[in-house]
Ligand binder design. Structure first.
Ligand SMILES: [Zn+2]
Length: 373
């Protein structure tokens, strides 16, 4: 009995330390690439002049994108939701990305127009949201309709009505936190399609894609172009076209990573320097200082104002595996109260004032007692 307990404890501690390591080791940026469709779900067949369909082009571009990332950005880990011609469910794709605690989710598709409805062409990149027009809704419906090919879809998707995007609102809350970053990546992608690939961009759009609603990270769905448009279908079936579109996607992903995580090349050095900077600023604090704590997260986010609803003067510290984010820094209590109001007006409803004495966090009432404020 004693020995059993000991074995149990050893195993428990081992599992715990693995868990802690996994959580603490965020020097790695994880990108999940999701090639749309696959297996018995061919996606759009386009003009039917090719034997290949949407699923093949999506897979080719996805694998090439993953390879470019791995060859050029060694600290980025790439995970595919499928790397061959198989059919993972939409649900399985989202679960895989969430389990990997990924930092980005990129779903890759090709577009189609219903027969006789004109000859649209060009790329579109979607983020999750309520569609602004009927065309966006049609794209989302077409991409969501793969759920009907899944077994047990009534059970898995029981709260979701494909014809009613309002039914997605409840599910959308999960993506809400990441919407700004998703839009940012989508904008880089469409910009790259226009400049690097010299293609027509139809812009960044919003619609209710089920797969995007289930991921806990910035997520986009890319429509490379219309396979129902002959010239575009030719382009996307050509090796040249695919490699140019891949390069454009890579540039956009690289730019996003550079903006948000300074870990491409020499990341460790940068991180160390950042920590030293934090220490230095702490040493020169006046005796009592106040900040507004606005967020806490397991992710290390750059303190740029665009990541914090436009708030400037953002600082960060780390305790255990959690990064805390603060707005403002002053020894003047009335000033910090004004800054608290400002942060709340920006949507940080739960923010609060924290106090430090010689860079050590102390209870707020203790700080107030020892200041003349
Ligand atoms: Zn698709």
């Amino acid at each position: 009995m004693q020995t059993n307990l000991k074995h149990f404890l050893v195993a428990f501690i081992f599992v715990l330390s693995c868990f802690c390591n996994a959580q603490g080791n965020r020097n790695e940026f994880v990108v999940v690439i999701d090639p749309g469709h696959g297996g018995r779900d061919s996606g759009t067949p386009g003009t039917k002049r090719y034997r290949t369909t949407e699923k093949d082009i999506a897979l080719d571009v996805s694998l090439a994108l993953g390879k470019l990332i791995q060859d050029n950005l060694p600290q980025v880990k790439v995970i595919y939701t499928r790397d061959k011609d198989v059919f993972p469910t939409l649900n399985a794709r989202a679960i895989k990305a969430n389990k990997a605690n990924a930092d980005l989710f990129i779903s890759i598709h090709c577009n189609a127009q219903p027969k006789g409805k004109g000859t649209a062409y060009g790329s579109e990149t979607y983020v999750l949201g309520l569609h602004k027009n009927a065309t966006n809704l049609e794209v989302a419906k077409r991409e969501n309709s793969v759920i009907f090919l899944e077994k047990d879809h009534e059970e898995t998707y029981k709260d979701f009505d494909i014809n009613d995007s309002e039914s997605l609102i409840g599910l959308m809350l999960m993506q809400e936190d990441y919407l700004d970053q998703s839009i940012e990546l989508a904008a880089y992608i469409e910009n790259e399609f226009q400049t690097t690939a010299k293609r027509k961009s139809r812009g960044v759009k919003q619609a209710g894609f089920w797969v995007l609603s289930q991921t806990y990270m910035p997520s986009v769905l890319v429509e490379l172009g219309f396979l129902t448009h002959k010239k575009e279908e030719d382009y996307l079936n050509s090796n040249k076209g695919k490699s140019i579109m891949t390069k454009a996607l890579f540039n956009a992903v690289q730019k996003y990573i550079e903006m948000h995580f300074k870990l491409v090349n020499k990341a460790a050095i940068l991180e160390k320097k950042q920590d030293e900077d934090d220490t230095v600023t702490q040493d020169i604090y006046p005796e009592i200082t106040f900040k507004v704590q606005i967020a806490a997260s397991s992710k290390r986010i750059s303190t740029k104002s665009y990541n914090f609803k436009g708030l400037k003067e953002i600082s960060r510290d780390k305790k255990g595996n959690i990064y805390k984010y603060y707005y403002g820094k002053t020894s003047d209590y009335s000033k910090i109260k004004t800054q608290l109001k400002h942060a709340k007006s920006k949507g940080y409803d739960e923010c609060f004032i924290v106090a430090y004495k010689n860079a050590k966090r102390i209870p707020l009432n203790e700080a107030l007692k020892s200041t003349s404020n």
